[in-house]
Design a protein around this ligand. Structure first.
Ligand code: HEC
Length: 210
């Protein structure tokens, strides 16, 4: 079964990489002002790029591969418990609670509450968000990154209070417009951009630039 799934994952059906992001990064089309603003924030003030890396990846074989928006590490963002899931076991200690992920860290207190940095490809069409679907929309999760540690926002406490990343998110100081620009940028990560037919630079049928 592993080999069958891996074979499927090696087909272009699985990694289309033909989003507006892909064409814009390779200068085949242009971002809108909002999308460009979001990109600047993503790698700047909002620091998303620290984990969701948007540079091309150099593989173990030395070849360069298209960006996949993850550094393949694990982090505890302090996401609250999702009480709307009936019978949701609590606390969900993530990486420390799953022996099949990394056997050597199973049961290690220092890894409790950590979850894998997810890819953001096709993120606009795959709600809800985070490991427990706590956030219904991209606007909500961006607002959480921006204001988790701002007391007046009233976010529920982290499901796992240990190991919460307090240095790279929580009080980013983004304006409402900057939050919206980040969402606009993430909407460029959706595949099949040529088929949308809205961009003369990228007509229907244009193959992935990667
Ligand atoms: C410290 C590392 C880190 C930083 C910085 C970071 N993320 Fe994340 N991101 C994660 C992890 C880990 C998850 C999964 C968390 C979970 O499920 O509890 C995640 C999940 C997400 C998801 C949900 C993915 C899904 O499929 O449900 C979105 C959207 C997202 N991040 C966007 C952003 C944006 C936008 C920024 C910048 C404002 C950002 N992230 C900054 C680590 C990070």
């Amino acid at each position: 079964m592993t080999e069958a799934i891996a074979s499927f994952e090696r087909t272009r059906m699985f990694y289309k990489f033909n989003s507006k992001f892909d064409f814009a990064e390779l200068n085949m089309t242009e971002y809108t002002d909002a999308e460009k603003g979001g990109r600047d924030l993503f790698v700047g003030k909002a620091q998303c790029n620290l984990c969701h890396v948007l540079d091309p990846v150099v593989g173990p074989d030395g070849n360069t591969y298209p960006p996949v928006f993850t550094d393949s590490t694990y982090d505890n963002l302090g996401v609250p418990r999702n009480t709307s899931i009936p019978g949701n076991p609590s606390p969900d200690i993530g990486l420390a609670g799953n022996q099949t992920v990394i056997d050597s860290v199973y049961g290690t207190a220092g890894e409790a509450g950590k979850h894998k940095v997810m890819s953001l490809r096709n993120i606009a069409i795959t709600p809800p968000y985070a490991h427990n679907s706590f956030f219904a929309t991209l606007e909500e999760i961006v607002h959480f990154y921006n204001t988790r540690d701002v007391a007046s926002e009233g976010w529920a406490t982290a499901e796992v209070a240990d190991n919460v990343n307090g240095s790279e998110l929580g009080d980013l100081g983004l304006t409402a417009e900057e939050e919206a620009d980040l969402v606009a940028f993430m909407k460029t990560f959706t595949d099949d951009y040529p088929e949308w037919g809205n961009d003369p630079n990228v007509p229907a049928g244009t193959p992935s630039p990667w």
